[in-house]
Design a binder for this molecule. Structure first.
Ligand SMILES: [Zn+2]
Length: 193
């Protein structure tokens, strides 16, 4: 599929039922009530540092490397919003196949009070992706939320996502600043990568 076709497809998706911003808000509200908890519950056990999550020996399921490599080579931080969202949708579908789960519903919003998050108890799981302040999306946040969709707790999700990110986006990883269990852009205090 050409890039133009991809954009057309993403724009068509936006027009479909469930694609408008109001439908997205409805999904969020229904999930919050249904699962009866806010994501990023402060009582959850987060690792204290990024460093303690890094494990260069950590093994991934067969196919994960290929899927993330394909995603990386698609330049996930480039293109229009629709193009970027489509790249995430492909990775989401590939990883869901590898982990034999129903494909998580990806919801992209410009602002969400708690940032990117996952409702893993929904069927299918719902992954909320909040745009960063420059209108792009955080790769490491998507990986973290996908890890919740396959049942990882906070420590497990941090390990799963941070190590994958470090291996496939080493330059970006080096450029980011660890604060607590998260990676931040050095120039911006607000956005996680
Ligand atoms: Zn988490």
């Amino acid at each position: 599929m050409s890039n133009e076709e991809k954009v057309v497809k993403a724009e068509e998706n936006e027009k479909k039922p469930g694609g408008s911003w109001l439908d997205k808000v409805k999904v969020i509200l229904v999930e919050m009530v249904r699962v009866d908890s806010m994501p990023h519950d402060p009582r959850r056990e987060y690792p204290a540092t990024v460093a303690e999550c890094i494990d260069d020996e950590l093994k991934y399921k067969k196919g994960v490397y290929e899927a993330v490599k394909k995603f990386r080579d698609s330049n996930p931080w480039r293109g229009t919003k629709a193009e970027m969202q489509y790249k995430y949708a492909l990775l989401n579908a590939d990883l869901a196949k590898i982990y034999e789960i129903q494909e998580p519903k990806l919801v992209f919003v410009d602002r969400f009070p708690v940032g990117p998050c996952c409702f893993p108890n929904s069927v299918p799981a719902v992954i909320m992706m909040e745009a960063t302040s420059d209108g792009r999306y955080s790769v490491v946040a998507f990986l973290h939320e996908f890890a919740h969709a396959i049942g990882r707790d906070e420590k497990g999700a941090c390990k799963w996502s941070l190590n994958l990110f470090k291996r496939f986006f080493p330059k970006s990883y080096e450029k980011l600043e660890p604060r607590g269990h998260m990676l931040f852009r050095k120039t911006e205090k607000k956005d996680a990568a």
